[in-house]
Unconditional design. Structure first.
Lengths: 308, 288
């Protein structure tokens, strides 16, 4: 549905995106992660036909974005990271304007507007002035505008940026609904935990280059290189460290006061053996659980922390 | 009649119009036309009191609207058309819609010019009526030759309709050209303030250059004729025209050449550029 092939974008002396390639199938939800200045927004804007690439090609449903601009715009929905609204205009007028801009027939505009208002839970704000809406509602309104023409691909640049926790959860729920509707979604964000919940693919970009890309589970396994256990002890940890170091396949042990993080080099973990070893040697175990590696861990491991 | 361009519909009409029902819009339009027709109705009522000379005098300040005021106001209206969208951060989502570059450009241009249209509509019939009343006199001729004839109009009765039409047409063309130029500047500027200053700088600078170059050439041709006519007393006696009407027409036509050239060349050059190169004109670095 969305194919980026060796994309490059230069701005005078700066290369914002360099040799970027990835492919999304229909229904994929792709989390695009990277620090500020990494090239996320530039990539999204090229896909949205706002910028001309310096090199490479981008295809949306098989159409080159530079050669079939009008058709591509009919298939994509773009939500920028920073956006404004028009003054002195009501919510329904704002959506009606964009419905006309997307060439939706006059007879259908009202029903389409009502549908997206209902989907984004803004029906009660239909006659409110746009500039009077809260930040979270404006974000939902922008998303509603993006959905008017029923696009196949959604390009969302930090959709939860600047929102309070409740508003962020509301946006996440909305995105889950859109995922259930079969939309292909490319969403960029700095806030990694919110992406992990509903993305099936991720791409981490740094200084214009894609560092890692693929299925979330595969990347996690690949980066982590095995599993880890988090153990909290009530007794002396030094003895525990000495005992566990002698066990097979233990790759590393990190100590943090009374807790230990034990990493294994293989997927197959004899967790029972670990617990048994500790208990048989008289150590009292307060908690014993497998560590769930999250996107933040992956991000910190694969990036160098270089900001453009 | 429905306006299909959404930009023109949103920006070209005031809020109370947009939110009115079709019946209410017809009522509002009728009220506007009645109010706009009041000067014309007043003129028809007091037609007899307006003689040719008075008509000529009234036409002169009214002529300032298409020939001077509208062209000066047009850049101020159009300079913020695109720049303000960028300032408000609404430009990107507008560009990504299915509106073509022509629709965006024409929508912005015409919506910015509609206020001038609402003022021009009631003025035009008044000016035409006064012109009829004045016997088709040339107000510029009146102003230029008044000193010779002691206030009487030596060109009364002469048909200067083409000249008046040329003057108004060139004024409207310059107005349109100035709006196009300001829109192009708005494309290239990131703020309304910068666009406004640049548009007026370009309008004043380029227009004066064009006027001075073409005007200078015109005067080089006209001046010897004028000097010759002024230095030789007319055989028809005092109060007569210093030179024949056709010469006057020819001189006024030449004087109108610079605005005509501006009015023709600017849209002819800039509009295709904007339509073809849109949105690549927007080439500022976008960090991400």
């Amino acid at each position: 549905m969305l194919t980026i092939d060796r994309l490059r974008k230069d701005y005078k002396a700066l290369t914002a995106v360099n040799n970027l390639s990835f492919h999304l199938e229909k229904g994929d939800v792709f989390g695009f992660i990277g620090p500020n200045g990494a090239g996320k927004t530039t990539t999204i804007k090229v896909c949205a036909t706002l910028l001309q690439p310096t090199g490479g090609t981008v295809y949306v449903d098989g159409l080159d974005v530079t050669k079939h601009t009008d058709e591509v715009r009919g298939m994509i929905g773009y939500m920028p990271d920073f956006f404004g609204v028009y003054d002195d205009i009501m919510v329904w007028e704002y959506l009606d304007f964009f419905a006309a801009a997307y060439k939706i027939e006059r007879a259908r505009r009202k029903s389409v507007t009502d549908d997206v208002l209902e989907l984004t839970d803004l029906t009660s704000k239909r006659d409110a002035y746009v500039e009077a809406l809260s930040r979270g509602m404006k974000q939902r309104l922008c998303l509603a505008k993006t959905l008017l023409h029923d696009p196949k691909v959604l390009l969302l640049d930090e959709p939860a940026s600047g929102l309070d926790p409740r508003a962020r959860i509301e946006i996440k729920e909305l995105l889950r609904e859109l995922k259930a509707m079969g939309k292909t979604i490319l969403v960029s964000s700095h806030i990694l935990p919110e992406l992990a919940d509903f993305c099936n693919k991720i791409g981490i970009i740094e200084q214009g280059e894609l560092v890692v890309c693929g299925d979330v589970g595969e990347i996690m396994r690949k980066v982590q290189g095995g599993k880890a256990l988090e153990i909290v002890l009530l007794d002396d940890c030094d003895k525990a460290v000495a005992l566990l170091s002698e066990l097979p396949n233990v790759k590393g042990i990190q100590r943090n006061e009374q807790s230990l993080r034990v990493e294994f080099s293989t997927d197959e973990v004899d967790q029972a053996l670990v617990l048994q070893t500790l208990v048989q040697n008289g150590l009292r175990v307060q908690s014993f659980a497998e560590v769930q590696v999250d996107l933040e861990d992956i991000f910190m491991k694969v990036t160098r922390g270089v900001v453009s | 009649m429905a306006v299909s361009n959404p930009i023109l519909r949103r920006e070209g009409f005031p809020r109370f119009w947009r939110r009115s029902s079709p019946v209410r819009r017809k009522v509002l339009l009728a009220i506007y036309l009645i109010v706009a027709a009041l000067p014309m109705l007043a003129l028809l009522k007091y037609w007899r009191a307006v003689d040719a000379e008075a008509a000529s005098i009234i036409i002169l300040p009214l002529s300032y609207w298409p020939t001077f005021l509208a062209p000066v106001i047009a850049p101020a209206l159009a300079a913020g058309a695109i720049a303000s969208e960028r300032e408000r951060r609404t430009w990107d989502v507008l560009v990504v819609s299915r509106l073509t570059s022509s629709e965006i450009i024409w929508g912005k241009l015409l919506s910015r010019l509609t206020p001038l249209l609402w003022i021009t509509i009631p003025l035009l019939p008044v000016m035409v009526a006064l012109l009829i009343r004045s016997g088709g006199a040339n107000p510029w001729g009146q102003w230029a030759t008044g000193g010779f004839a002691g206030g009487s109009n030596p060109y009364a009765g002469a048909s200067t309709w083409p000249l008046m039409a040329v003057g108004w047409l060139s004024g409207f063309m310059v107005t349109f050209a100035n709006a196009v130029m300001a829109l192009y500047v708005s494309f290239r500027c990131s703020s309304t303030r910068a666009a406004l200053l640049t548009a007026y700088g370009v309008a004043v600078g380029a227009y004066f250059v064009v006027t001075m170059v073409i005007g200078g050439i015109s005067m080089a041709i006209i001046l010897p004729t004028m000097m010759g006519a002024m230095s030789s007393p007319s055989s028809a006696g005092p109060g007569a025209a210093p030179f024949p009407p056709h010469v006057m027409t020819w001189m006024m036509a030449l004087a109108s050449a610079p605005p005509f050239l501006w009015g023709l060349l600017v849209p002819a050059i800039l509009l295709p550029i904007m339509v073809r190169r849109f949105p690549q004109l927007d080439s500022r670095v976008r960090a991400g």
